[in-house]
Design a protein around this ligand. Structure first.
Ligand code: ATP
Length: 342
């Protein structure tokens, strides 16, 4: 189902939770709503679901304005972190629930539940109760239950938040494949950037009730529209006095620069062909991160972060190094993107 949201606004008392939010979603796409806690992600989802009424704006499904349709008529499936399974029902009965509500006949219900059980990898678990399942299995049942009545839109609010890291990782891949197979338009709320990047076709960064940016994970990473977005997707160092940096002396409109770790090279004097282009810095911290070391280098008033494998050569805290900045994202005083300086 194609989704169109126009100028959505919502107050809770005096508090302005959602501010003039507009976006559209292509049929079959999976969109990640990403942002800090309290930004308005859940409120947007609840308005789409019909659980909350917008102050103003339009919600259009498939060309039809649905603002006045009650939730059960919107053809939506939900999987919420706390939207628990029915404890006294088996896996089969949980998945069948929405089909019974739709008054399907018993054989049709059995057939559809069987399909969903296979689709979600739950064969053999049909007669178990929720307390006899792991957290990951329970969430898979929740997906099967949500998908059973063939909704046109799937709303997911932090569905994996309560699940431990390793299983959560597996479930992300599982979800991606599930959504592709079913081909259902889906919206996924998370505050975990890795989850959003891995799972979503497109990400919307929500902050302070507004959409700060919408785009593919790669587009947002490559060209963040504000410093906030840049710091939310991927790692970066913020430089306030960018004009002081070698190679950036002519960036007079820029008040701020953001530099990704991969745009920074550090080494000894002999390792650079054009030594005049490098800054002098001091290694301040070395953190082991598994496959690489994170190196924090002080250059002027800034601390730059980069990564380096230290198999052969070693760096030491306190050591003087040369630093070459290949590229930076430049923002003006209004925090708007102005250029990529390479
Ligand atoms: P989180 O990740 O913590 O769920 P979120 O981005 O989903 O955050 P929302 O849950 O949409 O944010 O909340 C946005 C703001 O609106 C918050 O400051 C919240 O306290 C407020 N809010 C949400 N629902 C209500 C309500 N029913 N009554 C009053 N304030 C509310």
């Amino acid at each position: 189902m194609h989704i169109e949201v126009r100028n959505l606004d919502k107050h809770f008392g005096q508090f302005h939770a959602v501010k003039d939010v507009s976006f559209s979603i292509e049929k079959g796409h999976l969109i990640g709503l990403l942002g800090p806690s309290g930004g308005g992600k859940t409120s947007i989802l609840r308005m789409l679901a019909g659980l909350e009424t917008p102050d103003s704006g339009d919600i259009v499904f498939h060309g039809q304005r649905v603002n006045n349709l009650p939730p059960q008529e919107r053809e939506i499936g939900f999987v919420f972190q706390n939207y628990a399974l029915f404890k006294h029902m088996t896996v089969f009965e949980n998945i069948a629930f929405g089909l019974k509500v739709k008054k399907l006949k018993k054989p049709a219900i059995r057939e559809r539940v069987q399909e969903l059980v296979e689709l979600t990898g739950l064969s053999g678990f049909e007669n178990r109760y929720p307390h006899q399942l792991s957290g990951g299995q329970r969430q898979r049942v929740a997906f099967a239950r949500a998908l059973a009545p063939e909704p046109q839109l799937l709303l997911l609010d932090e569905p994996f938040a309560a699940i431990d890291a390793k299983i959560r990782q597996e479930l992300r891949t599982w979800l991606r494949e599930l959504i592709e197979r079913v081909g259902i338009t889906s919206i996924f709320v998370t505050h975990d950037q890795d989850e959003a990047i891995e799972v979503a076709d497109e990400i919307m960064i929500i902050n302070g009730g507004r959409v700060e940016q919408k785009g593919t994970p790669w587009d947002i990473y490559k060209q963040p529209s504000t410093p906030f977005v840049a710091s939310f997707i991927g790692e970066s160092t913020i430089i306030e006095d960018v004009n002081r940096l070698k190679g950036f002396e002519n960036s007079s409109q820029a008040s701020r620069a953001l530099i990704r770790p991969e745009y920074i090279e550090i080494g000894h004097a002999g390792e650079f062909r054009l030594l005049s282009a490098t800054e002098k810095g001091t290694v301040r911290h070395l953190h082991f991160r598994g496959s690489q070391w994170m190196v924090e280098v002080e250059v002027g008033a800034s601390r730059l972060i980069t990564y380096r494998s230290l198999e052969k050569e070693t760096l030491e805290v306190g050591q003087e190094v040369h630093v070459l900045v290949h590229r930076a994202y430049l923002f003006n005083e209004e925090e708007s993107w102005i250029a990529e300086n390479a």
